[in-house]
Design a protein around this ligand. Structure first.
Ligand SMILES: [Zn+2]
Length: 299
């Protein structure tokens, strides 16, 4: 697989849309969703304003179907760490190389005059009803974020150090993570595909008139029967270390209400209970990851 999944440079100037997929190597549906949108634009010669570029995140982890090899490529984008890795020589580890390569490619693609710079980072989750947007609070009301009509988590990046979206929103991008849902089923793929069209339309890259996708984003959302909160904030994060032997109890899905002292999970120290009332968020049902679960509240 190539780092650049596809690139379209329109005749007319306009926004820059960078679409990242597979930053977590086991979340590959975004790669197919981008491919789907990209090839439709090329095949039907759809008129395009601005520039679209799709970038594969963690190539080595994608190849081995793992979330990451040495460290999580979506938890390492702090100013200090990036600077340190850029200074290191070659062959210093899997994600070091991925980070350097990503940084370089994004820089290269990001040169030029754009009236708006958008970075959408496509992810999937290991729990049910995992459709949401993670974005810094000041971008929570941006038309592109609002167009996706999904729950917006406005302060998650304060709990997750070193996300790509934090790093690039600090550089002036409208940067957000678009969680499409469960890693396995095709629902995430379809939501990501139609969501990407929605983003391109809202940014003014394509018009509804020009593309004739069969299933439209809004009908997907309606089909999901989503009765989801519109904006949430984090109340609690349960951090997990590999030696904890953390296991989430089965059956929890995102935004499911939980009450204080409800039993949620177990680890080597015993049963883990909810420290407060709220909505469960991102319960961990995969072997790798530092976040056992969050508890959030609607605001
Ligand atoms: Zn992810």
């Amino acid at each position: 697989m190539e780092r650049i999944l596809g690139k379209i440079e329109g005749q007319q100037p306009g926004p820059l849309i960078i679409c990242l997929a597979g930053v977590h190597g086991n979340e590959q549906l975004g790669l197919h969703a981008f491919q789907n949108v990209y090839s439709a634009i090329v095949k039907h010669n759809i008129s395009f304003r601005g520039k679209l570029v799709g970038i594969a995140g963690n190539l080595k982890a994608i190849l081995s179907g793992r979330r990451f090899i040495d460290y999580d490529l979506n938890r390492c984008w702090t100013e200090e760490f990036v600077e340190e890795v850029l200074k290191k020589g070659k062959h210093t580890g899997a994600e070091d190389e991925e980070l350097r390569s990503l940084y370089k490619v994004i820089n290269q693609e990001d040169t030029g005059d754009f009236d708006l710079r958008v970075m959408v980072d496509l992810h999937g989750t290991s729990s049910e009803k995992g459709n949401f947007i993670v974005v810094p609070e000041e971008l929570g009301n941006h038309p592109i974020v609002q167009a996706l009509k999904l729950p917006v988590i406005v302060d998650l990046h304060k709990y997750l150090e070193g996300t790509l979206l934090s790093y690039y929103s600090n550089r002036g991008h409208v940067a957000f993570a678009f969680e499409g849902g469960l890693i396995g089923p095709t629902e995430a793929y379809r939501l990501h595909t139609s969501g990407l069209w929605e983003i391109l339309e809202t940014a003014g890259c394509v018009t509804k008139h020009d593309h004739h996708q069969e299933d439209h984003y809004s009908s997907h959302l309606a089909a999901m029967g989503a009765n989801l909160p519109s904006r949430v904030k984090v109340l609690h994060r349960h951090q997990v270390r590999p030696e904890d032997g953390f296991r989430m109890y089965p059956g929890f899905h995102n935004f499911q209400p939980v009450h204080k002292d409800q039993e949620l999970a177990i680890d080597v120290r015993g049963v883990i209970k909810a420290p407060t009332d709220g909505l469960i968020f991102m319960p961990l049902y995969q072997p790798e990851g530092d976040d056992g679960f969050f508890i959030v509240e609607e605001v």
